[in-house]
Design a protein around this ligand. Structure first.
Ligand code: NAD
Length: 503
């Protein structure tokens, strides 16, 4: 199916016209593998024009802490498609990760990493493995919001948003639909993080209903990653949050035996970036022996994204046929099974010579049989009735007996707000805590306006923010060291905060 490139929410660009691509040759082995990849794309008839951009080590060393030159930013903004070889981040303070800068500034919300076994040509215990991992790329603990709050305690905020969940999960289902995948598995930890991972899971279930033709299931991330490591052939597409995705995509690449072979895509609504997953391999840089397959696979993802799926298939199948023929670079060369040891450019020539061929035993790439574009609709916020019902006040207190701070706080009169409980590291320690519970200097004190209940279900009463302010000033006046507050809300009458352990 051919579509025109459409609106800013259309992710895969279906076009037969030429596309300008910002190409970064990178550092270390980067220029060697990029030359090989560009040569293959040219021979295969890829409809791209190249704008080389300066990013990486030289930019860092010339004083640019982001590692990206202003000219490179301009080319990226104009072209919106980036093919990037690995770069070297110089050791030392002040250098920001270029990948994180690009992902976050360009809104590259989806990290897409296919991992396929190439058994028996590349050793893996899992010959049937063919999994596509789709990782949320911007949110979660990677928002990078961290604070030291007391002598003992630091915190990192885990931010999960509804628009973030909707677009990554829809991307996963749309990807499955477009490329003939059968099942999408969601991995979360919502038995513990009921609000954050709970939202991810809830959105997954909502969106899955819109794709009845695609099987869907959910797993808790711990057992999910264990099963992925033990039975990867049971997975098709996996969608998950940023940190879990970071970990399981490396596990998957490792057990496929092909860390040096894998490519990945970082996709946003406006811009997309394609690369190999490995680094700049300074130990072999300049020797011209690097395996270009990871970047070639990144280029295949790029061409599929651009709608040039036939060219993508042609390159992928020639790459597989080359691997099958035993023509291997040093990193995958095996005395017993490989036929010929080649360098980077000889490998590229072997791939070019096989354009038009399909592999005999490895799975043939059929991206061109996919159904077309991936559409991500604009997010529509549903506003709900938000009511303030209390506040969690975090206090730095060096005492040890929770009853001492608890009784003092319970005696504070702040209109309707009353102390309900205190937790330490999430576990209730007042009233009626266990003496065995370990206590730090970080006390979360929950003040709410609440009606007495007969069956134990709290019924919260709305409070005005002035009451919170009054409470805080009383606490301050009495010498309590307030380090942070978190307002407690109900949304359409539903509690928008977790209960304390034992509350
Ligand atoms: P690395 O992936 O560069 O190398 C690890 C090992 O794998 C080395 O022995 C290397 O020779 C080998 N290797 C990697 N790619 C290969 C290939 N295509 N062919 C043959 N052998 C290959 O990891 P590292 O040594 O930890 O990192 C080196 C540099 O790369 C660091 O500066 C790091 O910050 C950077 N890095 C960049 C990216 C990126 O740009 N996306 C990703 C990871 C690391």
């Amino acid at each position: 199916m051919q579509n025109q490139l459409l609106n800013k929410n259309s992710i895969a660009l279906q076009t037969t016209t030429r596309t300008r691509v910002a190409v970064a040759k990178g550092d270390g082995i980067g220029p060697e593998i990029m030359d090989a990849t560009l040569k293959i794309m040219e021979a295969a008839g890829a409809q791209i024009d190249v704008d080389f951009i300066e990013i990486g080590e030289q930019q860092y060393l010339s004083g640019n802490t982001s590692g990206i030159s202003p000219q490179a930013w301009a080319a990226i903004k104009n072209n919106k498609i980036i093919l990037k070889a690995p770069i070297t981040t110089p050791q030392g303070k002040g250098y920001k990760s270029l990948n994180v800068t690009l992902r976050k500034s360009l809104g590259l919300f989806a990290n897409v990493r296919p991992v396929t076994a190439l058994h028996p040509y590349i050793h893996t215990p899992y010959p049937e493995m063919d999994v596509m991992i789709i990782r949320e790329n911007e949110e979660d603990l990677y928002a990078g919001i961290e604070h030291q709050q007391t002598d003992d305690v630091v915190q990192c905020l885990k931010l999960i948003t509804r628009p973030g969940c909707e677009r990554i999960i829809r991307y996963a289902f749309e990807y499955a639909k477009a490329y003939g995948r059968k099942k999408v598995t969601c991995m979360v930890k919502d038995n513990i993080m009921k609000l954050t991972d709970g939202l991810f899971h809830r959105v997954f279930k909502e969106i899955a209903e819109e794709y009845p033709q695609i099987e869907s299931n959910s797993q808790i991330i711990d057992i999910g990653s264990a099963r992925l490591a033990a039975r990867p052939e049971q997975y098709d597409v996996i969608v998950t949050a940023n940190l879990y995705g970071d970990i399981i995509s490396d596990i998957a690449a490792e057990i496929a035996g092909s860390v040096g072979m894998a490519g990945s895509a970082n996709v946003g609504t406006a811009v997309a970036m394609f690369e190999a997953i490995h680094g700049s391999a300074p130990d072999i840089a300049g020797k011209k022996i690097a395996n270009p397959s990871g970047l070639i696979n990144g280029a295949v993802l790029m061409l599929a994204h651009l709608g040039q799926t036939e060219v993508a298939d042609n390159i992928k199948n020639a790459l597989l046929a080359t691997i099958e023929a035993g023509i291997h670079t040093a990193d995958i060369y095996n005395e017993g099974t490989s036929a010929r040891l080649v360098n980077t450019s000889e490998f590229a020539e072997a791939v070019i010579a096989r354009l038009g061929e399909t592999p005999k035993s490895l799975k043939v790439s059929k991206l061109s049989e996919g159904a077309g574009t991936i559409q991500i609709p604009e997010y529509v916020r549903k506003t709900r009735k938000k009511e303030l019902v209390g506040v969690d006040v975090f206090i730095d207190w060096k005492g040890e007996d929770p009853n001492q701070i608890g009784d003092a706080l319970a005696a504070i009169d702040a209109f309707k707000l009353k102390l309900k409980m205190i937790t330490n590291r999430g576990v209730k320690v007042y009233p009626k805590g266990l003496k065995e519970t370990y206590k730090t200097d970080h006390w979360r004190c929950r003040f709410v306006a609440m009606d007495a209940t007969t069956d134990g279900t709290p019924v919260y009463q709305p409070v005005d923010y002035e009451q919170v302010v009054a409470l805080l000033s009383k606490l301050h006046a009495q010498g309590f060291d307030v380090i942070k507050t978190e307002n407690l809300y109900e949304f359409d009458g539903t509690r928008g905060f977790s209960l304390g352990q034992g509350e």
